[in-house]
Design a protein around this ligand. Sequence first.
Ligand SMILES: Cc1ncc(COP(=O)(O)O)c(C=O)c1O
Length: 368
Amino acid sequence: MKKIHSLAKKCLEKVSPYKPGKPVEELAREMGIDFEIIKMASNENVLGPSKRALKILRKKLKDINFYPDDNCFYLRKKLAEIHGVSMDEIFIGNGSVEIIYLLGFAFVSEKDSVAYCIGSFPMYKIITDIMGAESVAPPLKKENKAVDPVALFNSIKKNTKIVYMSNPNNPTGTHFTHEEAKYLVENAPSDVLLVFDEAYNDFVDAEDFPDTFSFYKKYPNVCILRTFSKVFGLAGLRIGYLIAREDVVATLHRVRYPFNVNSLAQYAAFYALEDREFIEKTVKLINKEKKFLYRELKKIGLFFLPSQTNFIYVEFPEESKLIYDKLLRKGIITRPLGNLFPNALRITVGNRKQNKYLIQCLREVLKM
Ligand SMILES: Cc1ncc(COP(=O)(O)O)c(C=O)c1O
């Protein structure tokens, strides 16, 4: 008898599932750690969730016997007001990752290609492999390891359906500029979706960062992807959104499942958007702590990339997996970056106590 898995689509053999950061409970269980574990692996908000979001969640918990609003009406209305677009230009997903998937399901088939930079967010490759499509993946820019929109423009072929751009880039934290993006949006064929994945936009302070809304207004193939997982502190609820033309949004509705966004996530996101104080507090803390970490990493003599996000890409003189393992034993979870960046870790910026402990542990591990 044929093995059951051989019934699956052939192209799935190529798919390597996403490797998330190690959860705190898993490390405690595996290593029997009974002291505080610090997770610096998944770029979550170190301050926790927005207090306004928490307040509404407590109130709405009693209603979870009801299905959520399948339309996400109030959240779409709020986002439409904030971004100056119509409600029909907003698609809400179960995390922005779901939207990356749905874009693949809706727009990409086996004969198509998708462009993204190698060394960027892994989900672009995963969904392309799931659809059995071809990846055209040029490298990141040499000088700063940011996504390279010009190289992506050169990667567009007749059968290209989507260009994905993480800006700032996960896992390097660096960005491409408005001018670079402009070249791509002005010259790319109008039937290629240009997806600007701006998961970390609230942390950006670079003045030359692309104003993607100005592109969006002019070019119907431009889409902007955002998440509530980072600055809003709602990663566990899974919610993100896409801003795109009505026909793109309508197409995504055809492939999503009903009630894809749970009710608590909808309420929490709505109130988190109003919590400007929390957003500002988070950004201020991250900026201050990034400066602290830059100073300390410099003292240790480690190479890092100045970041436009809430994480830092740090390089080590030896294979980073070894450093990662040693840090785990001290109760710190970071993110090794695999074969592409064998000497680097991606480290989420913590609070001062956590960052001081990280630096102390790095010194111990590196024997400095
Ligand atoms: C560039 C980028 N896009 C999308 C996501 C996914 O976010 P979400 O939690 O909304 O699925 C992440 C998460 O780390 C990310 O770094």
